[in-house]
Design a protein around this ligand. Structure first.
Ligand SMILES: Cc1cc2nc3c(=O)[nH]c(=O)nc-3n(C[C@H](O)[C@H](O)[C@H](O)COP(=O)(O)OP(=O)(O)OC[C@H]3O[C@@H](n4cnc5c(N)ncnc54)[C@H](O)[C@@H]3O)c2cc1C
Length: 451
C-alpha cells in the first residue's frame, strides 16, 4: 500500500545517489543537457572506487564479450560494447586525456585515461549547474503507486531533506563493502574477504530499490577481485594495485590438499573466484624464475608501473619463500598447513603433464613447465573489488520488477546493476560509464520531448 509522500523541500529532474563513475557520469551528462540535478555522496569526497582506476576498457566486439562472458546478460553486454566509443568521446569532450588503445587482460581493448581529471570535470559540471551533497545518504525512497518520486536524504549532522525527483539513479557501487551481504549472496567464506575498493559501497542502492519492489540477481554471478598475499593488510589504497598478484595466471595454484584446482591461465580475476571455493579460501601460488621475470616484474597492462610485488609482500610479512629446486617444496613451513610432499608431487606432475600434453586441469595458455630455478611460493587469498549480482535493469538503465516491468522513476548503473558480468569481467569503468550516460539519456528524455 502506498502512503502519501512527505512534503518535498525541492524537486529536480534527476537525483543521483553515489558520486563514483556511474553517478558522476550521469549527473554531469544530465546537467550538461540542461537537467536540474542533485548528486548525493555518502563519503567525504567524490570518486568511489573509480578514483583508484585508470583504464577504460571492454571487449572489442560483441562476439568477444560473449566468448569471455557467456553467462552475462547479452542485451546489457551489447549495450556496453556498442556504447563504448561514444562514451569515450564524451570523456574526451571534457578535455580529459585519453591515451591510445592497448590490449587489456589479453582479450579486452581500452585506453589509459586520466580518470581523476574526468571525475573532477564531472564534479565541476554538477556544482556549476546543479548541487552536490557530500557526507549524505538516502534514508528511503519516496514511493507512490509503485513509482519512485525521489528520496528522503540525511546529512552527517542528522538533518533531513526531502528531494522530489522525476528520476532517481542508484549508483552506490554494489555491496562489496558489506560482509553479511557478501556471505549471503556470494559465498559463506566471502564474509572475510579483504576489500580492495572504496569502503562506502555497502549495498545501499540494492536495499533501497528492493524495498521499492526491484528484482535482484542473477544468483552466483560472483564478483570482480584479485588474488593478494595472505596476512598483509593494505596500508593505503595505492596498495590495492601494488599488492595484486595479476601474474597468478602464469603460475600454478595449489590448495590445502596440495592439488591444482583450475585452469590458472584464464585470468587472475577468475582464479580469485576459484580460490574462494577452496578449503579455507587460500592457496599457494608457485612460479619459477621465467614467470617471475617475464610476468611478475613486467607491467600488467601497457603503460602501468612495474614493481616487485613478491618482494613487497615478503617484506610486509606475507607467507612467502624462495626455493632452489622443486624438491625443497618437501619442506614448506609446517605452520602454513599445506601437505608438503603432495605439493612437491603436484609440481613434478604438472611439469610432466606439460611435456606430455595431458594437463589436468588443462591450461588454455602458457602450458609450460616450471623448470627455471629459483621457485617463488607465496600464499594468496581472494580480495573483492565489486559485486556482479545487483538490481535487474534493462538497456535503458531502468530498474525492473520480478515481472520484468520497469519501476517508474527508478534507474541503476555501475556496481548497483546486476547481470552485465557473470563470473567473468570486461571492464567495470566502461560498464559504469556507459550505463551512467544511458541513465542521463533516459532521465532527460521527457525534458527533450517538452522542449
Ligand atoms: C584499485 C582499483 C583499480 C581499478 N582499476 C580499474 C580499471 O583500470 N579499469 C576498470 O574498468 N575498472 C577498474 N576498477 C573498477 C572500477 O573502479 C569500478 O568498476 C567502477 O568504479 C564502478 O563504478 P560505480 O559508479 O558503480 O562505483 P564507484 O565508482 O565505486 O562509485 C560508487 C559511489 O557511491 C557512493 N555511495 C555508496 N553508498 C552510497 C549512498 N547510500 N548514498 C550516496 N553515495 C553512496 C560511494 O561512496 C562511491 O563514491 C578498479 C577498482 C579498484 C578498486
Amino acid at each position: 500500500m502506498s502512503t502519501a509522500p512527505p512534503p518535498i523541500d525541492n524537486h529536480v529532474d534527476l537525483l543521483v545517489l553515489g558520486a563514483g563513475m556511474a553517478g558522476l557520469s550521469a549527473a554531469a551528462k544530465a546537467a550538461s543537457e540542461g537537467a536540474n540535478v542533485v548528486l548525493v555522496e555518502k563519503g567525504p569526497a567524490i570518486g568511489g572506487s573509480a578514483a583508484y582506476a585508470g583504464y577504460i576498457w571492454t571487449a572489442p566486439s560483441f562476439q568477444v564479450m560473449r566468448d569471455v562472458n557467456p553467462n552475462g546478460d547479452p542485451v546489457l553486454g551489447r549495450r556496453v560494447v556498442d556504447g563504448y566509443g561514444a562514451a569515450l568521446e564524451w570523456v574526451r569532450s571534457l578535455g580529459v586525456h585519453v591515451a591510445d588503445p592497448v590490449t587489456v587482460l589479453g582479450y579486452g581493448r581500452g585506453c589509459r585515461t586520466d580518470v581523476a581529471n574526468y571525475l573532477l570535470a564531472c564534479e565541476r559540471l554538477v556544482r556549476e549547474r546543479g548541487e552536490l551533497l557530500l557526507g549524505c545518504t538516502a534514508q528511503r525512497l519516496l514511493v507512490q503507486d509503485g513509482a519512485v518520486l525521489g528520496a528522503v536524504l540525511r546529512s552527517e549532522s542528522g538533518k533531513e531533506r526531502v528531494i522530489g525527483a522525476t528520476s532517481t539513479l542508484l549508483a552506490t557501487g554494489g555491496f562489496g563493502g558489506d560482509p553479511e551481504l557478501r556471505a549471503q549472496y556470494i559465498h559463506p567464506l566471502a564474509r572475510e574477504l579483504p576489500l580492495r575498493a572504496n569502503v562506502y559501497s555497502t549495498g545501499d542502492g540494492m536495499r533501497l530499490a528492493r524495498a521499492a519492489g526491484a528484482a535482484f540477481g542473477p544468483p552466483n554471478a560472483g564478483f570482480y577481485g584479485h588474488l593478494i598475499p595472505s596476512r598483509v593488510s593494505y596500508k593505503n589504497p595505492h596498495e590495492f594495485v601494488d599488492l595484486t598478484f595479476y601474474h597468478s595466471e602464469h603460475g600454478v595454484l595449489l590448495n590445502l590438499d596440495g592439488r591444482r584446482f583450475c585452469d590458472e591461465t584464464i585470468g587472475d580475476h577468475l582464479n580469485t573466484l576459484h580460490v574462494l571455493d577452496q578449503p579455507e579460501a587460500r592457496a599457494l601460488l608457485v612460479t619459477d624464475q621465467r614467470v617471475h621475470e617475464g610476468w611478475m616484474l613486467r607491467p600488467y597492462v601497457e603503460g602501468a608501473e612495474p614493481i616487485d610485488k613478491f618482494q613487497l609482500a615478503y617484506k610486509r610479512g606475507a607467507r612467502a619463500a624462495v626455493a632452489a629446486d622443486i624438491e625443497e617444496f618437501e619442506a614448506l613451513p609446517e605452520e602454513w598447513g599445506y601437505p608438503d610432499e603432495a605439493a612437491r608431487d603436484t609440481l613434478l606432475e604438472f611439469n610432466r603433464q606439460c611435456q606430455t600434453g595431458s594437463l589436468t586441469p588443462g591450461r588454455k595458455l602458457d602450458a609450460e613447465p616450471l623448470v627455471t630455478a629459483p621457485y617463488y611460493v607465496i600464499e594468496v587469498i581472494p580480495a573483492i573489488t565489486y559485486t556482479f549480482s545487483g538490481l535487474t535493469i534493462d538497456e535503458q538503465a531502468r530498474v525492473l520488477r520480478e515481472d520484468g516491468s520497469p519501476i517508474p522513476g527508478l534507474l541503476a548503473a555501475g556496481g548497483d546493476a546486476g547481470g552485465v558480468f557473470h563470473r567473468a569481467y570486461a571492464g567495470g569503468l566502461a560498464s559504469a560509464l556507459v550505463f551512467g550516460l544511458q541513465a542521463a539519456v533516459t532521465a532527460t528524455a521527457p525534458l527533450a520531448a517538452v522542449s
